[in-house]
Design a protein around this ligand. Structure first.
Ligand SMILES: C[S@@+](CC[C@H](N)C(=O)[O-])C[C@H]1O[C@@H](n2cnc3c(N)ncnc32)[C@H](O)[C@@H]1O
Length: 287
């Protein structure tokens, strides 16, 4: 019931004009900044480990989801032999304030390497400071034009990921294709292919709906704005939440010279009415 009411409220919010959407987001960030010291104090008091400040965790999505999906991702990496080896190079696309970096820290061998990039300067600043003494970790600010970073930056369509050709054993992109419109997603997939080693794998998440005849809507999590293959949640801020038809997304994957090795369905193609998460997709390069 609660999630259906949330869906209804979201439908109302999704139709708001741009300035109201942006003001609501700024007010939310200001609120989280205000209560961040309290959260940090409370975590210290309970002896909990170091996490980014609350407002940065909120930047990466629902606060409750900052650490929760890590187990599923680590298990997916394990299934595909992409963890616990000492010769791995990870590229974390849209790393945010470092949720996956923190999850991988104790599993990264001394000769392995993790490179994360994001358009959000405060997240990159926090990560660079938190991992500052650890030579295995590097973080780069991507100067890409984005509502999450510098709106006047370079086009995402020309951005080059910060790794050389075929350098990555594993590319990670958790909850990032959910913020890319079709041409950007197509370019990012081509970049994923460029940086992946021939035996490398990409682990990404997305909202994929099934399209005609299949499941294409969850009432509690509506995407009311749509073209045939792409949907977005907030009319005035399309990058806030983007979903693809499964068929349309897989076309982009193929056009990027990648293929789908595995799809773990989330709540759009799944059958559960619960919000159980995004679809997890494992990609490998075509020869
Ligand atoms: C939902 S958060 C996920 C963060 C992180 N991957 C995680 O799992 O916690 C989406 C992230 O993508 C970043 N982002 C949005 N557009 C981007 C782009 N074009 N290139 C790189 N990062 C982007 C945002 O700043 C944000 O940190």
């Amino acid at each position: 019931m609660v999630i259906y009411v949330a869906g209804l409220l979201h439908r109302v919010g999704a139709g708001l004009p741009g300035f109201l959407v942006e003001s609501a987001r700024s007010a939310r960030t200001a609120f989280y900044k205000l209560v961040s010291p309290l959260d940090a104090w409370n975590r210290r008091r309970r002896g909990e480990g170091t996490l980014p400040p609350l407002w940065l965790r909120r930047h990466a999505g629902r606060v409750a989801d900052f650490e929760r999906p890590n187990a599923a991702w680590v298990s997916m990496l394990q299934t595909h032999g992409a963890i616990d080896r000492d010769d791995l190079t990870y590229l974390d696309v849209g790393c945010g304030p470092g949720a996956l970096a923190l999850a991988l820290r104790s599993r990264l061998g001394p000769r392995s390497r993790y490179v994360g990039f994001d358009v959000h300067e405060p997240s990159i600043r926090w990560c660079s400071h938190a991992f500052g003494g650890d030579r295995r970790f590097e973080f780069e600010l991507a100067g890409v034009a984005s509502p999450y970073g510098n709106p006047a930056g370079e086009s995402a369509l020309t951005y080059r990921f910060p790794l050389g050709d075929a350098e990555a054993s594993a590319v990670l992109a958790r909850s990032v294709f959910t913020h890319l419109l079709e041409p950007e997603a197509a370019h990012y997939l081509r970049e994923v292919r460029r940086v992946l080693a021939s035996d490398g794998l990409a682990f990404i998440s997305a909202f994929l709906f099934e399209g005609p005849g299949g499941r294409d809507e969850v009432p509690a999590f509506p995407f009311p704005n749509r073209t045939s293959h792409v949907r977005w949640r907030v009319g005035a801020r399309p990058h806030a939440g983007v979903a693809y038809s499964r068929e349309g997304f897989f076309d982009l994957v193929r056009a990027g010279n990648l293929r789908v090795l595995e799809l773990r369905p989330g709540f759009l193609p799944g059958r559960s009415p619960q919000l159980t998460g995004q679809d997890l997709i494992v990609l490998s390069p075509f020869a």
